[in-house]
Design a protein around this ligand. Structure first.
Ligand code: SER
Ligand code: ZN
Length: 491
């Protein structure tokens, strides 16, 4: 049990990073107990940050094996390294390149964060802060870089090697029994979206052509022998791609889209750029035993991770306080997809039941927190029904408030204004304010106020004038000004 008070990280203390990383070249040599990672980072001062300060890179459980600045090994007194961080005391004030060699043991990594092995398959989980378990880095979502990753492994142990982005090169390392593949992701991304996979995997695949005319090779990888059980997941990916084009005008942006199912995965699934990773219970379905509910769950989670490609990846979060910006919005998008694929009314009833069963109690108990929390000690504790499901309901209310057409226009505006950046809830609302001319300041209270408001509705019908008067009264335990509650009158 820890007895010290955990350090609280507060939204109001947000400060831009003092340094930026534009490019990351990774060389990962996989081995069960002794994986070697060489990271070449192109760094520069952030114009929005401070000058003359040390460079402090995050680490977690790392062993430093080598460190070079612009190709020259660094003197021992120029830096300080520990498993939890790497500090350069006096970094250059112009652009510079840092080459960092680290060593990790994927087999011993039972936290399932960073690089680990699941049933003999190498895989990664980097959200929220797992990348710092692979190499020293500015492991925060507002530091976005273009990644090139070379992955090398024993061919017999890991015949399939996958990375983010597009495959650019593959081959053997002569005379070693090892092979490699190189991946380039042209879209700048935060470190939490990094992923790689290496293992013996079977594949089912289908081609998809986007509305922009891009040919995409879509594939689902599973443990050997399980490919027939992946057909439904593959179909769900294809339908998600078509739906996001038709509904939100969002097209896929790489030449490949890979989904990998592994047996050990803490989060249900993860939206790594071009390489979504899943707990295999959300991918595999046997027609003989899977229920309608199993199929619905696979469809929903496949769609959720795919939709993150725009709501989360192309537009990411400035900091982890903005988690609802990607999660609430993406849950809303997966709900709408499932409603279109199935019965809208049945689906909505299911969502509201889920909200009442899981989120209302959370919001009424000691774990209550705003959809955008103001402080946290451990961000992993905030992947909650409140952030996800209440976050989705706020987006739904926004659509009710401004109408479906203005909502779509606002979404277009949000993606256009924030593409390639790390955004905030304020940026999101600003897009809808811009297209509608409405002041959404009062609506924004939903993000800050915990608790479930009660809405009392009265109805008085006056037969003589044939007028019906509706009265609404809201009450909320937490003190503060009223919340904006849109009410739709359906004739
Ligand atoms: N980002 C992941 C998701 O899709 C975490 O589970 O929700
Ligand atoms: Zn998500």
């Amino acid at each position: 049990m820890r007895t010290d008070t955990p350090v609280q990280i507060r939204l109001q203390d947000y400060r831009p990073s003092d340094f930026l990383i534009d490019r990351v070249d990774l060389d990962v040599r996989l081995a069960p107990h002794d994986t070697r990672i060489t990271a070449r980072l192109a760094l520069r001062l952030n114009p929005a940050g401070r000058t003359g300060v040390p460079l402090v890179l995050d680490g977690d459980d790392l062993v430093l094996e080598g460190l070079e600045l612009d190709g020259v090994p660094l003197a021992a007194d120029a830096y300080a390294a520990s498993p939890a961080g790497l500090t350069l005391h006096a970094p250059p004030q112009g652009p510079f390149e840092l080459t960092i060699a680290t060593r990790v043991d994927p087999t011993a990594n039972t936290k399932l964060m960073g690089l680990y092995r699941s049933n003999g398959v190498y895989c990664t989980q980097c959200e929220a802060d797992g990348f710092r378990r692979i190499t020293y880095f500015l492991d925060r979502p507002d530091v976005m870089a273009v990644y090139t990753t070379r992955i090398e492994a024993e061919r017999a142990e890991a015949p399939v090697l996958l990375g983010n982005g597009n495959p650019v090169e593959a081959g053997d390392v002569p005379g070693t029994g090892r092979h490699f593949s190189v991946w380039h992701d042209p879209h700048p991304k935060p470190a939490y979206l990094f992923a790689l996979v290496g293992g013996a995997l079977d594949r089912v695949a289908q081609d998809f052509t986007t509305m922009e005319g891009r040919a995409v090779a879509v594939a689902v990888y599973v443990e050997p022998g399980k490919a027939p059980r992946a057909a439904y997941a593959l179909d769900a990916v294809i339908r998600s791609m078509a739906w996001d084009e038709a509904t939100f005008g969002r097209a896929y942006d790489l030449d490949v889209f890979n989904v990998v199912a592994v047996s050990d995965f803490n989060m249900g699934a993860m939206e790594n750029k071009g390489l979504n990773l899943f707990n295999d219970k959300y991918v595999l379905a046997s027609p003989e035993t899977a229920t309608d509910g199993d199929y619905a769950a696979i469809e929903r989670i496949i769609a959720h991770e795919y939709f993150h490609n725009w709501s989360g990846n192309r537009v990411t979060c400035r900091d982890w306080f903005q988690l609802c910006l990607k999660e609430g919005l993406t849950v809303f998008r997966d709900q709408e997809f499932c409603a279109d694929m199935r019965s809208r009314a049945v689906h909505r009833i299911g969502e509201v039941r889920n909200l009442r069963a899981r989120q209302f109690p959370e919001d009424a108990g000691p774990l209550r927190h705003p959809v955008r929390p103001g402080a946290y000690a451990e961000i992993n504790n905030f992947y909650t029904a409140t952030v996800y499901d209440k976050g989705a309901e706020i987006v739904r209310m926004l659509r009710t408030l401004i109408g479906a057409d203005a909502f779509r226009a606002g979404m277009d505006r949000y993606f256009a204004d924030n593409d390639g950046t790390a955004a905030t809830v304020e940026d999101f609302l600003a897009a809808f304010a811009a297209v509608t001319g409405r002041d959404l300041t009062a609506f924004a209270r939903w993000y800050e106020r915990p608790g479930t408001p009660t809405l009392a509705v009265t109805r008085a019908y006056d037969a003589a004038s044939r007028r019906c008067t509706l009265g609404f009264r809201q009450s909320l335990e937490a003190a503060g000004p009223p919340l904006v509650i849109p009410v739709a009158l359906v004739p």
